[in-house]
Design a protein around this ligand. Structure first.
Ligand code: UD1
Length: 383
């Protein structure tokens, strides 16, 4: 089986890593010939937005680098579709894997499905119910054209059911690790009858793999001369926040107020840098703006922070797993379980403290989502 993977933006390199490891493991222990092809759209291209993750996770050099780069939605999406199609026509994989909710995700899914190559969507079913977010459009449309929909959570399953996806494996319950071993002929996945599976979250796989490495290797705390639990952390990059100056001001005012008594560290995303640099809105003086961080340094700086404020999806969950109180700088979140846990709160609802905290609930699987995903590919996609 030939599995083509399309990545392009920062969080996708992290999501791809456990899948790639699971493919290699499967290939080594099976008579089936399984190969992985890696296609990098080039949506992200700075060292610390792309290559650093390849280095940290020892991800192979992409087989195809499309060099698309930045641009308007139409330009970026259009170029990716065109270039991915060329590659797929040449490679003819059995399945195309797309990750998350970026323009690379949607473009890859459209290119593949139009030439009748089944699409498998990792991190399927998430919804913010806010169509002003480019990510929400990307998710809805990618799910619509996917043949295999891999959900990280129960909430994601529920969202897909509400959109009339009714071929849901195991009644939407988290499948066991060897589900396909015991239920070998359990299901076929076809474009006209897409299959929805609750596999758990590949980000949890990546997190569990990385947290000890981060503790051993990262020097970021020393480099920035930080003290344990003595600073707040900020990440802010969503287009809905950065590209609307009124909204940006509201958020920066909020962040300044919360961080009045503590230093604030802000690894600034290039999108935010562009807007912030040319605006008159300013952070208070106790902020330290740094370059975007690699995955291990990011986990470390998050782990040692007293509080994190973020509009990233991944960081909301990582904060939950690391037991760091989180304030989400958005009006809604797709990761609703983190709100239920009490470790996360939307900034509009923040009243100076977090509500009682719930510990040790496995909302997102057991850290072996990738193994389930790869077995599902092998067992349900017709070759
Ligand atoms: C994209 C995703 C978003 C994801 C984020 C992770 C979409 C619609 N959005 O947003 O869901 O959370 O990636 O980072 O796909 N830039 C650089 N260097 C780079 C990449 C970008 O300087 O390596 C700058 C460019 O000025 C560019 C801007 O950042 O125009 C935005 O980049 P883009 O890839 O369009 O979207 P992100 O904001 O990164």
């Amino acid at each position: 089986m030939k599995i083509a993977n399309i990545v392009g933006a920062r969080p996708q390199f992290i999501k791809f890593f456990p899948i790639s490891e699971a493919i290699k493991k499967y290939a080594a222990n099976s008579d089936n010939v399984v190969s992985e092809i890696l296609i990098h759209t080039g949506q992200h291209y700075d060292y610390n937005m792309s290559k650093v993750f390849f280095d940290e996770f020892s991800i192979k050099t992409p087989d195809y680098h499309l060099g698309v780069g930045s641009g308007s939605h139409g330009e970026q999406t259009g170029q990716i579709i065109q270039k991915v199609e060329d590659v797929l026509m040449k490679v003819r994989p059995d399945v195309v894997m797309v990750y998350g909710d970026t323009n690379s995700t949607l473009s890859g899914a459209l290119a593949a499905t139009k030439i009748h190559i089944p699409v498998a969507h990792v991190e399927s079913g998430l919804r913010s119910f806010n169509k002003k977010m480019p990510e929400e459009i990307n998710r809805i449309l990618t799910d619509r054209v996917s043949t295999l929909l891999f959900c990280p959570s129960k909430a994601a399953i529920k969202n897909l059911r509400n959109e009339s996806f009714n071929n849901v494996l195991n009644n939407g319950d988290f499948i066991s690790r060897d589900y396909f071993f015991y239920n070998a002929d359990s299901a076929d996945a076809e474009i006209d009858n897409p299959l929805v599976i609750n596999t758990g979250d590949v980000m949890y796989d990546a997190f569990l793999f990385s947290v000890n490495i981060a503790n051993r290797r990262s020097r970021i705390i020393e480099q920035l001369q930080l003290e344990d639990k003595d600073y707040n952390l900020l990440t802010l990059h969503r287009a809905e926040n950065t590209d609307n100056l009124e909204k940006l001001k509201e958020i920066i005012d909020f962040v300044n107020e919360i961080s009045m008594d503590r230093n604030l560290i802000f690894p600034m995303h290039p999108r935010t840098k562009k807007v912030y640099g040319s605006s008159r809105i300013k952070f208070a003086d106790n902020i330290k703006i740094i370059m975007p961080l690699g995955y291990f340094d990011n986990l470390m700086i998050l782990q040692k922070s007293a509080l994190v404020m973020t509009d990233s999806g991944g960081i909301q969950k990582e904060a939950y797993w690391l037991k760091v109180p989180c304030i989400t700088l958005r009006n809604e979140t797709e990761w609703v379980e983190t709100l239920q846990s009490g470790w996360n709160v939307l900034y509009k609802n923040y009243s100076g403290s977090h509500k009682p905290l719930v510990n040790d609930v496995s909302y997102y699987g057991d850290g072996e989502a990738a193994v389930r995903i790869v077995s599902a590919l092998i067992k349900t996609i017709k070759q």
